[in-house]
Design a protein. Structure first.
Length: 492
């Protein structure tokens, strides 16, 4: 690909210094709305990965020795830096992975601030233990201590959000951190590293960009790394589990899903249709959402009404608008990279080959979808796509597509809805739409899922844990998961 010479280059943050990769190796970063190279990021080597870990190792004792209040002050400063640079961070995230500017500006940036401030507020409780009277002459108690060096590996669909939930809580609990963003969309994370360079003592927070297949093993195996938190795919989770099997270490795995949004016949259909069409699967980053409701389980008596409602919403250019991702009126962005673009297209074709009915969408490519914008012709655009089938066994109902593709499946009874919802290897999230309170409680209890939302969808917040079950992972990026307990006994 022809590369212009005036592209902005971004750097790693290692030991308080902004550095390129050893030998100056670089990777092109592509703007997915245009398919054109727009920036360059370091292609770090194993040696660079070791340098980042050693910097974090070196910084750990002094960071751990600070009071929780002193660590909290740094975290509050980080929130302040993010707020005052919010416009720039939102724009970098948008250009790098295609998530539309209206959502990165008004949705993402306030959430980032909230996470860093929440971590600051919880810093004092992070290392609080319990006293356990064991006998009149024996005092037992627990201490909570940081692990040491934590490596946080983040995906391309939500780089700044996953950076926040890993780094902020790990730092609050007294760990030092190495963040490795996906090289597919690393610019916003590298820029945030630069902005936070002087907020934390050197080496406390490090950000390093390089291909996971080349530096991933080094980052997770290194003996100085005490905990690894991955947000990513099941395949990468398996690689990390294998790489650390010889000397096992605690992992947090936030993985994929095939989440069901279940609409009963007594649901508020209008509200459910709006949620499906805006923030459940047909989102501003085109369904590249781990909790995306890629299966819509709908009571047979209302399935046509729901299908028509979603179709009407998606076909309304005032509500669902493709266009330049930096234009605040654009509601629907492209797919974040070419490989994912090809994957989603092939899944749509597979669904049709498997016999699913195309209810809406299915088209792709900027030239087809945004014909009045030649600059977007080579972007990775996919039309929101709704399929319908009777069988939950199709591959499009079982495998994570990670894009704007939902499959509708009818059901007749509550028991059938539960069996369908639980009938995949995943267990990340589920939505239930009903006005029957007893049924809502029965469903919450019956669903094998880390998150269940009733009469709403994708509602996450700093006061609730977030994680999956089954193949969707284990552990949570919360302050409790970034410290370990020590049991202490004193004979008086
Ligand atoms: P991915 O391919 O697993 O990549 C995730 C991260 O792992 C990237 O930084 C990647 O680096 C790195 N990586 C790749 N191979 C590695 C290895 N052998 N060792 C260590 N690290 C390695 O996932 P993705 O395609 O970026 O993200 C999409 C997936 O993330 C979907 O499955 C989605 O559901 C999941 N996700 C889950 C949540 C959640 O909270 N549950 C949230 C968001 C996304 P490079 O890309 O640089 O190679």
């Amino acid at each position: 690909m022809a590369v212009s010479t005036d592209l902005k280059e971004y750097h790693n943050l290692v030991g308080g210094e902004l550095r390129g990769a050893t030998g100056g190796a670089l990777t092109d970063s592509i703007d997915p709305s245009t398919g054109k190279v727009w920036a360059r990021v370091p292609k770090s080597s194993k040696e660079d990965a070791v340098a980042a870990i050693e910097a974090a190792q070196h910084a750990f004792p002094a960071w751990k020795a600070l009071s929780a209040g002193e660590r909290a002050a740094c975290l509050r400063d980080a929130a302040e830096v993010i707020a005052s640079n919010g416009g720039e961070l939102a724009a970098l995230e948008t250009q790098d992975n295609g998530w539309v500017i209206r959502e990165t500006t008004y949705g993402l940036i306030p959430v980032l601030q909230q996470v860093w401030l929440d971590a600051a507020a919880k810093a004092t409780e992070a290392n609080r233990g319990q006293t356990v009277p064991m006998s009149p002459t024996t005092l037992g108690y627990t201490l909570r201590e940081p692990y040491g060096v934590v490596v946080g590996i983040t995906p391309w669909n939500a780089p700044l959000f996953t950076f926040a939930i890993k780094a902020a809580y790990a730092l609050a609990a007294g760990n030092t951190v190495v963040i490795k963003p996906s090289e597919q969309a690393a610019v916003s994370s590298l820029h945030l590293g630069k902005l936070l360079k002087d907020v934390f003592p050197e080496g406390v927070l490090n950000v390093i960009c390089g291909p996971g297949s080349q530096i991933g093993d080094t980052l997770v195996e290194h003996p100085a790394v005490s905990k690894v938190s991955l947000t990513g795919s099941g395949g990468t989770a398996s690689s990390i589990a294998k790489a650390t099997a010889g000397k096992p270490k605690p992992l947090i795995l936030e993985l994929g899903g095939k989440s069901a949004n279940i609409l009963f016949e007594d649901a508020n259909i209008e509200k459910a249709v709006e949620a499906i069409s805006t923030h459940s699967i047909f989102t501003g980053n085109s369904g590249q959402l781990c909790v995306g409701s890629s299966r819509l389980l709908v009571h047979r008596s209302i399935i046509d009404q729901v299908a028509d409602g979603v179709k009407n919403y998606l076909a309304n250019p005032d509500l669902k608008k493709f266009g330049p991702t930096m234009d605040p009126s654009t509601t629907t962005g492209p797919i974040a990279n070419k490989s994912q673009f090809e994957t989603i297209k092939s899944y749509i074709q597979l669904g049709l080959d498997e016999g699913a009915e195309l209810v809406y969408g299915g088209r792709s490519g900027g030239a087809e979808l945004i014909s009045d914008r030649s600059d977007l012709a080579d972007g990775y655009w996919i039309e929101p796509t709704l399929l319908k089938t009777e069988s939950n066994e199709l591959r499009v109902c079982q495998e994570e597509i990670f894009g704007p593709v939902a499959v509708m499946i009818p059901f007749d009874t509550e028991e059938e809805a539960i069996a369908l919802a639980n009938g995949t290897e995943f267990g990340l999230a589920a939505g239930v739409w009903t006005t029957d309170l007893s049924r809502a409680h029965r469903m919450i209890s019956a669903l094998d899922s880390g998150n269940v939302w009733v009469n709403t969808y994708a509602r996450v917040g700093t006061d609730l844990p977030f994680g999956g079950v089954k193949s969707s992972g284990f552990g949570t990026d919360s302050i409790e998961d970034y410290s370990r307990e020590k049991a202490c006994v004193i004979e008086l």
